[in-house]
Design a protein around this ligand. Structure first.
Ligand SMILES: Nc1ncnc2c1ncn2[C@@H]1O[C@H](COP(=O)(O)OP(=O)(O)OP(=O)(O)O)[C@@H](O)[C@H]1O
Ligand SMILES: [Mg+2]
Length: 548
């Protein structure tokens, strides 16, 4: 309930920001404009800039809004001259200065193409019917995109596009600068039909896009992805996660402008390419898993494509990027995506020699709402001790992890299929390791509380009868072990005062015995276990007999 309200408030605030964005003229569709119309509109914008009586919004991106250092030419100037100033603001020439530095996935052909295309726009070339021009430059800078870029440039969102940082399946990323040297990244989603076919699974099920994601209209899709990227980045930022800073009014249709992570034209390397020392890798692992937890607990999001490819390493820290596909944690596949993220992150760090948690442990750490913010560090320290104590991940743990990765995880108790059986399993103090939902539903914590209450009561009883109390020193919450030890002690009813060291040893022994016993019981049970398929068939048969 509280979640619902929070969700509505979040969404409402985001929507309001977007409405504001629309009011500021962010999303007008330009496809129906002819080049000459765009040119006239730009002339009009210029003449407004020059008009002394024109009032600018203080938040406006117009470069003149902070005092008007630029003295634009008069509208009476010949058009070619006026367009010339755009040419200077686009500054095709500095590209050469930047080119050597744009070493991340740079494609010279792209740079040349942008340079050409933006310059053509800048000098106001009239509409061309050339197919290659309308098809796209590396499929992102098509003619409409150029017009929007031109318009953003005119408004002072950026002053120069210097080159391409990356060309990908779904988007291209460019490096841009403002006149005072601030560096920006411009992500341009591709608007060609085939590109977004994999993304449907992320959008479907996201309540923010319940009106449909325009899957039959690639331009609409690209616009949605851009919108999602901005919204999600803003959520991350608000929760204190390192990521590029951006804001709603830095998006126009399928183009997103954001902070450039890097310096002097050098984009920060992806985690995959950053050759980090073992110490830095260990720090990075802790930093990223805490960020994953914050993303889930505070932003209520799951990244959905988190890996060494979408994490940048900059000035000693890890930055999360590419969040357009991130989903609300209530998305029907959110937990599957989260598990995939855990696998990718763990695999990377494990491959580089970091002692990592199992996938199950990492997943539980992220979804466990009962860990208070100020207890996260001690939780991780405890976990670290556990990891070091067990050494390399055993084959059993690996098998358990791969089973976990393929299992269905109920998100709430309503989703639990055989609730009665599970309750019996819990109350009979059987192994609950296969109940994956205990942590996410908060049941694990609730049970441990009940358990410790029981233990306290028992202790009080014991001390009243001068029995030796049994206090568990095992923080790993092994309900089964502790309870069994407790009940064994109850049965024994030993009353002599015992040395604490002996007690500890006895407890350890009892736990060991108990584990052995449980293993034996399980082995026995497996011998007579009726396979699930047979059980199902039996049930079906019984049902069909009844209905007959
Ligand atoms: N804000 C930024 N600052 C610096 N570099 C960036 C920034 N955003 C993206 N990049 C660079 O661009 C690359 C691609 O960006 P991103 O991951 O957001 O796009 P993408 O959606 O993965 O594109 P595709 O999947 O189609 O390759 C990143 O790997 C990174 O090198
Ligand atoms: Mg990416």
């Amino acid at each position: 309930m509280e979640n619902d309200i929070e969700k509505k408030i979040n969404n409402h605030t985001e929507q309001q920001q977007y409405q504001q964005d629309e009011i500021e003229g962010g999303d007008e569709e330009v496809s129906s404009y002819s080049d000459s119309e765009i040119g006239d509109a730009l002339d009009l914008l210029d003449s407004k800039n020059e008009d002394v009586g024109y009032s600018f919004s203080p938040n406006s991106w117009c470069p003149n809004s902070h005092g008007g250092h630029h003295h634009y030419s008069s509208t009476l100037q010949p058009r070619t001259n006026r367009n010339q100033k755009f040419f200077h603001r686009i500054r095709a020439s500095p590209l050469e200065e930047w080119e050597g530095r744009m070493n991340v996935g740079m494609s010279n052909s792209v740079i040349t193409a942008i340079r050409g295309s933006v310059r053509e726009s800048a000098i106001g070339k009239t509409k061309t019917t050339d197919k290659a021009d309308r098809a796209t430059v590396e499929q992102a800078i098509d003619q409409n995109t150029r017009k929007i870029l031109y318009k953003m440039l005119n408004k002072g969102v950026f002053d120069a596009i210097n080159g391409c940082i990356s060309t990908g399946k779904e988007a291209n990323v460019y490096h841009a600068t403002k006149s005072h040297g601030q560096e920006l990244a411009i992500k341009i989603y591709k608007t060609s039909v085939l590109e977004f076919k994999d993304k449907g699974r992320y959008m479907q099920g996201d309540y923010r896009y319940s009106n449909g994601c325009g899957k039959h209209n690639p331009r609409e899709m690209a616009r949605k992805w851009a919108e999602k990227e901005i919204r999600n980045l803003m959520r991350l930022k608000a929760a204190g996660i390192r990521c590029p800073t951006t804001s709603c009014n830095l998006r126009r249709l399928h183009i997103v402008v954001m902070e450039f992570i890097g310096k002097s034209g050098w984009a920060a390397p992806r985690l995959k390419d950053a050759a980090l020392s073992s110490d830095k890798l260990r720090e990075g692992y802790v930093e990223i898993i805490i960020a994953m937890r914050t993303l889930y607990q505070k932003c209520k999001l799951v990244h959905g494509d988190l890996s060494e490819y979408n994490i940048l390493y900059y000035e000693g820290h890890l930055y999360i990027i590419d969040v357009s596909q991130a989903v609300e944690h209530e998305h029907p596949h959110a937990l599957d995506f989260l598990r995939e993220d855990c696998v990718h992150v763990s695999d990377f760090f494990k491959k580089h020699g970091v002692a990592v948690m199992t996938i199950r442990e990492l997943f539980d750490f992220i979804v466990d709402a009962t860990i208070a913010d100020d207890a996260v560090d001690s939780y991780l320290e405890e976990m670290q001790r556990k990891i070091l104590a067990r050494g390399d991940v055993s084959v059993e743990d690996e098998i358990a992890d791969s089973v976990f990765v393929q299992s269905f995880i109920p998100r709430t108790l309503d989703d639990v299929e055989n609730a009665e059986e599970d309750v019996q399993q819990i109350t009979n103090l059987k192994d609950t390791n296969d109940l994956y939902y205990l942590t996410i539903t908060g049941l694990k914590h609730a049970l441990s509380l009940t358990q410790s209450t029981q233990q306290n009561t028992q202790q009080q009883k014991s001390s009243a009868t001068k029995d030796s109390p049994i206090i568990s020193d095992d923080k790993s919450n092994n309900l089964e072990d502790d309870a069994k030890v407790q009940s064994d002690a109850d049965q024994d009813g030993k009353s002599e005062a015992v040395d604490p060291a002996d007690k500890k040893a006895a407890r350890k022994e009892a736990r060991k015995d108990n584990k052995k016993k449980v293993k034996e019981e399980k082995r026995e049970a497996r011998k007579t276990k009726v396979p699930k398929a047979v059980q199902k068939r039996k049930k079906k048969l019984a049902k069909s007999r009844k209905t007959r």
